[in-house]
Design a protein around this ligand. Structure first.
Ligand code: PMP
Length: 561
């Protein structure tokens, strides 16, 4: 019963039409004002005012209002202070005002329960106010503790937001490519001039190998030889000679004894972390690690800690305080961070891990194929590959294909092979994908010009952005080039302008990055021509001018941290 009460306490309720409930608020500049309460939840109140709430009286969005009360029939209950969330004009002389309580909850399980009834959320009107797409993000749902007797109620609420959100320029969660490939693609979104072709500046296919003719040809050949699917998990019927060849190739490239394949980089991280660590162990990862690392940590029974981004002192502090309380310990970082494009101080982090007898794992998803000698990644850049216990990576960047891997000593990889659930209980990669991946890797390692072109393009693009004032490091080394705008609205405007001029870049907003860290995540490819990049830069400058945006004197990077 207690649980049911708890569930109900998180719901929304309408005031039954036959009852009149007044929300009496205190006007910040003096006096009181009565509004008709129409709905409430444990912490929220929706009320109608017949006259506008005057800004001059102190009624601004976000204002903290003095203590309020609710009155109906012969009841009165005090609420403490309220926050004015926003006011919208619903009809002539009908202003819908949303409030949130600060000091106390709305007593919906007291006498008030006799005049309220659960709201039918499918009507869509109650949450319209709360779900203003200008104000809400996916995080509003992700972090919400609201639950309901009907498990799917949140999906209906989300659908209300989605409907409005899809119509706003802020919605960037679905783009459909029409038949096209490479650095210039066509998508289902028409530009103002009616064209649908774009220079793609958001692809992870950094070397352009996804559309290399030899890569496509090898996939076709494997399809003919093996059929489409792999037919089973790697531990049953899923492996082919191609899979064996690929794992041997990866182990050789990284100078490790053995490697293991996963179906994606995501699968690799969750598979590795959950299989290697247990209840008695400790995992310490960089706070900005990719979601797959966070999720893998969550799946593990180990204790989890996060050190400040790229901060060896923070790692040392955690290990100094906590290491002694645990059995095994794994320190995890990335070779290049996916939203910031920066490379960690691998030498310092590894040194600290060693000092505290911790194993060291690096996710080279964005660094393999880009950073370090021969593009071998961040550990190789520091000449520390042989001391790195586990190298994790994905083929979705360097090869433009799909699949993840881990490489390490034979005994650790055998452990993963037999105990890693993402490996044991999921079908193996399709042979055509494995063949394409192998061919892509061979092209990359046989033709150094691809890496040279990528480096030249990164340099050219970063120089251009720095010229426009972007606070980027002149020695920026990765394909991921973050341009922090800060204000989501300006980001949206500039994005619309870039799209109209034929540039497709990925805007990234909270919760993927901090609230003030909204940014464009440009990615540079080896197959962009210099004139492609120059065009992108001039189109970006035009978007800046149109939106009156300039890079502030104070570092936007700091704001975003
Ligand atoms: N690790 C990192 C650092 C990533 O950025 C990503 C995805 N971009 C992954 C792992 C997951 O890789 P995949 O998309 O190939 O599953």
């Amino acid at each position: 019963m207690a649980n049911i009460v708890k569930l109900i306490r998180h719901s929304r309720f309408n005031i039954q039409p036959e009852h009149q409930v007044q929300l009496v608020i205190t006007i910040p500049s003096g006096g009181t004002k009565s509004l008709d309460l129409v709905n409430c939840s444990l912490t929220g109140l929706g009320a109608i005012s017949r006259t506008p709430l005057d800004q001059e009286d102190g009624f601004t969005d976000g204002a903290i209002l003095p203590p309020a009360k609710i009155k109906w029939a012969n009841h009165e209950c005090f609420l403490g202070r309220l926050v004015l969330r926003a006011t919208t004009l619903r009809a002539p002389n009908e202003y819908y005002c949303g409030f949130q309580t600060i000091d106390s909850k709305v007593p919906i399980d007291g006498p008030l329960s006799r005049v309220i009834k659960p709201a039918d959320l499918s009507e869509g009107n109650i949450y319209d106010f709360d779900l203003n797409p200008e104000k809400f993000t996916l995080a509003s749902f992700q972090n919400s503790d609201q639950t309901n007797i009907d498990l799917f109620a949140k999906c209906r609420q989300f659908a209300i937001l989605l409907k409005k959100w899809r119509d706003s320029p802020k919605y960037q969660y679905k783009t459909v490519r029409t038949p096209s490939k490479g650095a210039r693609v066509s998508i289902d979104h028409l530009r103002k001039n009616g064209r649908s072709d774009y220079i793609i500046m958001g692809s992870n296919d950094y070397l352009g190998l996804a559309s290399h003719p030899a890569v496509i040809e090898s996939a076709k050949k494997a399809l003919d030889q093996y059929g489409f699917g792999s037919t089973g998990s790697p531990v049953t019927t899923g492996l082919t000679q191609l899979h064996e060849e690929l794992t041997a190739y990866i182990a050789r490239v990284f100078g490790k004894e053995k490697a293991i394949l996963y179906n994606s980089g995501y699968g690799a991280n969750i598979g590795i972390l959950s299989a290697l660590t247990g209840e008695q162990d400790l995992i310490v990862a960089d706070i900005l690690s990719h979601a797959s690392i966070h999720d893998g940590m969550q799946m593990s029974k180990a204790t989890k800690r996060f050190f400040r981004h790229n901060d060896p002192d923070s790692l040392a502090k955690i290990l100094d305080k906590e290491r002694q309380n645990f059995g095994g310990c794994l320190v995890v970082t990335e070779g290049v961070f996916s939203m910031d494009g920066d490379v960690p101080p691998v030498d310092k982090l590894l040194n600290i891990a060693n000092t505290y007898q911790a194993r060291f794992m690096i996710d080279e998803a964005h660094s393999w194929g880009v950073v370090g000698p021969a593009g071998l990644g961040a550990a190789a850049k520091y000449n520390l590959l042989n001391q790195t216990d586990l190298v994790m990576g994905t083929f979705s960047k360097i090869c433009g294909t799909i699949g993840g891997f881990a490489a390490g000593d034979a005994q650790t990889i055998e452990w993963l092979y037999h105990f890693s659930r993402a490996h044991v209980f999921s079908v193996a990669l399709p042979p055509s994908t494995v063949a394409a991946t192998l061919t892509a890797l061979k092209i990359f390692y046989e033709d150094r010009s691809l890496l040279d072109r990528l480096h030249a393009n990164i340099k050219h693009f970063v120089r251009g952005l720095r010229h426009l004032g972007a606070p980027l490091d002149a020695n920026h080394e990765s394909s991921v080039v973050p341009v922090v705008i800060g204000d989501e609205k300006i980001l949206g405007e500039m994005n619309a302008s870039l799209r109209d001029d034929g540039v497709f870049v990925v805007p990234v907003v909270y919760p993927a990055v901090p609230r003030l860290g909204s940014r464009f995540r440009f990615t540079v490819m080896a197959t962009h021509s210099l004139s492609d990049l120059d065009l992108v830069l001039s189109v970006f400058e035009k978007a800046m001018i149109k939106s009156k945006f300039s890079f502030a004197k104070e570092s936007l990077k700091e704001k975003a941290a």
